[in-house]
Design a protein around this ligand. Structure first.
Ligand code: PMP
Length: 427
């Protein structure tokens, strides 16, 4: 595969952009490869600047559930652009998307739009602190909630991939308010809550962890968090930036039937444009400025192009049978890869919820960061490079989730399974 032009661009990029990329994991550094620079994408295919095509399972890290360049979204955004790209004043589009989100997500009675998942979680936590008058927060090792200071403590995703879960630059005075428990271990949560009685403002959790690979919640884990939070007057925040509109139209909370007090969203609600959102019970949301005193704002919040892409995406997701079709494609693919690994006699632990899936390179089970971090990342890296060479674009880290879109065809899925068997055999 010729990647000359990508290599030239990467070397140029490193002169002016730290590490040559605007978000760390894009650098492919942990998998011993150079990044490919993208020229365009359509449907499930992404094309690099050297003209190589790849079947894309990154989907811009989650937003592209419809595949790239869906004509309905492209047309709607073009029309919106002709009316102006930003006003810094309210529009009907914001009201429409807010109503759609309130209709869709069980816990959300009111919602505010921001421009990224990081802003959504950061603002949700400020609001939880403002509402409860408490300072401490509780998160889980290996979960990632964006890069706000108090959340870069035992963080997943790129922070885990590069071995900096506790980032330099975060004052210990901030980090000391963040308690960390083990995912899927209610015991660890209960003891921290008991040790910090009446001091914890919120528990923030990925209801399906997607930033240490894909780790589904064990039976009773989310229910246990819900009960504990109610008993202790702690705000339960589901960070559904990844799972919202992904595992079901109403997110993981719809799938599992557990309603948190607040929810953060991102990725899919922006249809590929920069959007995040946080919402929850009215009595909590109303203490946000200007109806209340907790301050939060944004020049481009509720941007008309982003709102348009979000509205059109949600309309398409609401169509009959969307999630069952996506489920079936994802099942065939994830099971096919698991069978391919067995056929190649290579041990992996396969996980999947809806169109999120992962192969952990380990012979044991994975339910938390301790077991995820025990995976053979060197073997994963070799597998990743092999798959890229076969024209399959996976996330360049063991500690990430693969995403299936509705645009992936049966042929592409079969091609991926055949490539996976070849790459497992080469390990
Ligand atoms: N929360 C979760 C669960 C995420 O997966 C991410 C991003 N992968 C974020 C928050 C942060 O979102 P953003 O990158 O848009 O700031």
């Amino acid at each position: 595969m010729n990647t000359t032009r990508s290599k030239e661009l990467f070397s140029r990029a490193q002169e002016t952009i730290p590490g040559g990329v605007n978000s760390p994991v894009r650098a492919f550094r942990s998998v011993g490869a150079d990044p490919i620079f993208i020229k365009k994408a359509t449907g499930s295919t992404i094309t690099d600047v050297d003209g190589n095509d790849y079947i894309d399972y990154v989907g811009s890290w989650g937003p592209m559930i419809l595949g790239h360049c869906h004509p309905q979204i492209v047309d709607a955004v073009k029309s919106a652009l002709a009316l102006g790209s930003s006003f810094g004043a309210p529009t009907e589009l914001e009201v429409t998307l807010a109503e759609m989100v309130v209709d869709a997500v069980p816990s959300i009675e009111m919602v505010r739009m921001v421009s990224s998942g990081t802003e959504a979680t950061m603002s949700a936590i400020r609001l939880a602190r403002g509402y409860t008058g408490r300072d401490k927060i509780l998160k889980f090792s290996g979960c990632y909630h964006g890069h706000a200071d108090s959340l870069l403590v035992k963080a997943g995703s790129g922070a885990a991939t590069f071995g900096v879960p506790d980032s330099p630059g975060v004052p210990s005075d901030f980090a000391k308010h963040t308690l960390t428990a083990q995912y899927n271990d209610l015991h660890s949560v209960k003891s921290l809550v008991a040790e910090n009685k009446n001091e914890i403002a919120c528990i923030i959790v990925e209801p399906i962890a997607g930033n240490m690979g894909t780790v589904p919640p064990c039976e009773g884990f989310l229910e246990g968090l819900r009960t504990l939070c109610t008993e202790e007057s702690i705000i339960l925040i589901f960070d559904e930036v990844m799972t919202g509109f992904r595992v079901a139209y109403g997110g993981a909370q719809e799938l599992y039937g557990i309603t948190p007090d607040m929810t953060t969203l991102g990725k899919i609600i922006g249809g590929g444009l920069p959007v995040g959102a946080f919402g929850g019970k009215k009595e909590i949301m109303q203490i946000l400025s200007p109806s209340g005193g907790v301050y939060q704002a944004g020049t481009l919040s509720g941007n008309p192009l982003a709102m348009t892409a979000g509205i059109e995406t949600l309309k398409l997701l609401r169509q009959d049978g969307f999630y069952s079709r996506l489920e079936e494609k994802s099942r065939v693919l994830a099971e096919g890869i698991a069978v391919a690994a067995r056929a190649a006699s290579y041990p992996v632990y396969s996980t999947r919820v809806g169109s999120m899936f992962c192969s952990f390179f380990t012979s044991g089970e994975v339910h938390d960061w301790t077991t995820a971090s025990a995976c053979d990342t060197a073997a994963f890296s070799k597998f990743f490079r092999g798959m890229l060479n076969e024209g399959i674009y996976l996330a360049p880290s063991q500690f990430e989730t693969a995403f299936v879109s509705i645009a992936h065809t049966a042929e592409e899925i079969q091609k991926t399974i055949v490539a996976a068997e070849k790459c497992f055999r080469a390990l």
